[in-house]
Every structure is written in C-alpha cells, then in structure tokens.
Ligand binder design. Structure first.
Ligand code: FMN
Length: 271
C-alpha cells in the first residue's frame, strides 16, 4: 500500500492522549517519510465534522479509557467516522489502573467504519482525577516505548502486513463499564458530580474554553450548566487552580484508586 500522509486524530481532555498520539504519529511519519496532519476532536466544535479519509491515509487514532471502555460520550461522534479504507493504529491511554476493553472497543469501532487497524497499543498515563496516580506519565521511558512501537508499526506497514490486529480485551459485547464501589461493596455513583470553584477564581474563563462538553457558562464560570464527565480538563488547565471536586464519593474513589494502583502499569503493544 502506498501512503500519502499520516494522520494523528485524538480526543484528549488533560493532554496525555494528545502527547501519546502525536508521538506515535510523528515517528510513523518520519519512518515512512510522510507528512503528518492532526485532527483534535476534544472540543464540541471539532465534533461537528471529521476529516475525509482514503486508502492512502495512515491514521493514528487515540482516546482515553473511561470506566474500562471508550468514553461513552464519544460514541455518537465515532459512529459518524468514515475511514475510506485508511490503515489505522488505535491507541488508548489509561490512568494506571487498566484499559480493560477500551482498546478492543476502539479497534472494533474503527474497523466497523472503514478503517483497517493493523497495530494497536495501550499506554499508562497520569490519571485524570489525580496528581499522584501515574504521576508525570507519559515519562521518558513511555515516550521511548511509543517510539519503538511506532517504528515497529512502520515496519509492518512497509512489509504490507495489514491484517486485523488482535488485541487484549473481551470481544463484543464487552464487559460492562467499570463500577467504583465503597468498602461495603456499594456502587459509588459520580455521574451527577460537578466541579466547584474557589473564591479566588478571577473569571478568566479558561475552564469554559477547555471543557469538552461546553458545560461551563463562560459568563459565570461557577455555573456548570451542562453535563460534567469528570474529565479533569477544568481542574488541570486552570492557571490559578480554582476548580476542584469535593464530592465525598468522588474523593473516596480517587483515594482508593491511588492506594490500590501504586504499582507501575506497563504499556501493552499489539503488533
Ligand atoms: C471518568 C473517567 C474514567 C476513567 N476510567 C479509567 C479506567 O477505567 N482505567 C484507568 O486506568 N484509567 C481511567 N481513567 C483515567 C484516564 O484514562 C487517563 O488519565 C487518561 O490518560 C486521560 O487521558 P487525557 O489526558 O487525554 O484526557 C479515567 C478517567 C476519567 C476522567
């Protein structure tokens, strides 16, 4: 197959998926001596359309893992994709717990929409909820691993090996969404939890501009007027640190994750 361009396409609320996909796509483009374009569909405006792909495209496609799956708020948009016969490298990130069925789900979404996924990977990154879980990842070791992965995927492409890639995970219908529980085993429901705003907020409005759900009122950033998916964009990107979560269930889940998943989760590569 003759390729004309590499594409980096991703959704990334706190930047780790962006860094991962851009690293893999950059090395693939270098290896194959191709130009690299990007399409970031994190913000709602970018989800009004998608690039027109064709058989001479090689698309590195990334999402984070949410509750062990592809974030369900993205499914409607992903259903509009048209791969046009492009080769694809599905990539998921996860916050040092597990990627469960997110990679197999993303692979299936892509292959069901006209892409040909031939290599895939899951990379552990800093957790959206936390400053300590997977802190600083992707780090230098992760970036080196992404580069080795991209070089190996380029070798596969040069060898013309484009058969559907087998990845870890439970095949369709997949496992259910990962359910956080308290110590008594009762489910913790954080779906309605919204971020709070410290009094020292200066109303600069960055939180509203970076919210992937456009849930924050730009004229009064204390007002969360839409659905909050707990992606952490407003908390991590506020220059003053003015957004925070104080819901007891959310904090319990975050602390439990931090205590249970102290070990370093390694990347999983499928080639
Ligand atoms: C609602 C939500 C659910 C998550 N579920 C998982 C999970 O099941 N397993 C895991 O290891 N990390 C989980 N994470 C962490 C993210 O997958 C991880 O931090 C990812 O790197 C974030 O990508 P981003 O920086 O591109 O937004 C979750 C994060 C959020 C916000």
């Amino acid at each position: 197959m003759e390729f004309a361009r590499v594409f980096a396409m991703y959704w990334s609320a706190t930047g780790t998926t962006e860094k991962t996909v851009l690293t893999v796509a950059r090395v693939l483009a270098q290896e194959l001596k191709l130009p690299c374009e990007t399409y970031d569909f994190t913000l709602p405006a970018a989800r009004q359309s998608s690039p027109a792909f064709c058989g001479s495209d090689l698309v590195v496609f990334g999402t984070p893992t949410y509750a062990g799956r592809v974030p369900n708020v993205l499914l409607k948009y992903l259903d509009t994709l048209q791969g046009g016969g492009a080769a694809a490298v599905p990539v998921v990130t996860f916050g040092n717990r597990d990627f469960d069925d997110s990679l197999i789900e993303l692979r299936d979404i892509l292959s069901g929409h006209g892409f040909g996924p031939f290599a895939a990977a899951a990379f552990a990154c800093q957790h959206s909820f936390s400053e300590v879980l997977g802190a600083g990842r992707p780090d230098a070791d992760d970036l080196a691993c992404m580069e080795r992965f991209a070089a190996a995927a380029a070798d596969k492409a040069r060898a013309g090996r484009f058969e559907l890639i087998e990845v870890a995970g439970t095949p369709k219908p997949y496992r259910g969404y990962y359910q956080p529980r308290d110590r008594a085993g009762n489910p913790i429901d954080i779906r309605k939890v919204k971020p709070k705003t410290h009094d020292f907020c200066d109303g600069g409005g960055k939180c509203a501009r970076v919210c992937p759900m456009a849930a924050i009122n730009p004229d009064d950033v204390k007002e969360i007027r839409g659905i909050c998916i707990k992606c952490g964009a407003c908390v991590k990107k506020c220059p003053r640190g003015a957004k925070y979560f104080d819901d007891p269930g959310y904090l319990y889940h975050k602390t439990e994750l931090e205590e249970m998943y102290k070990r370093r989760a390694e990347p999983s590569l499928f080639l």
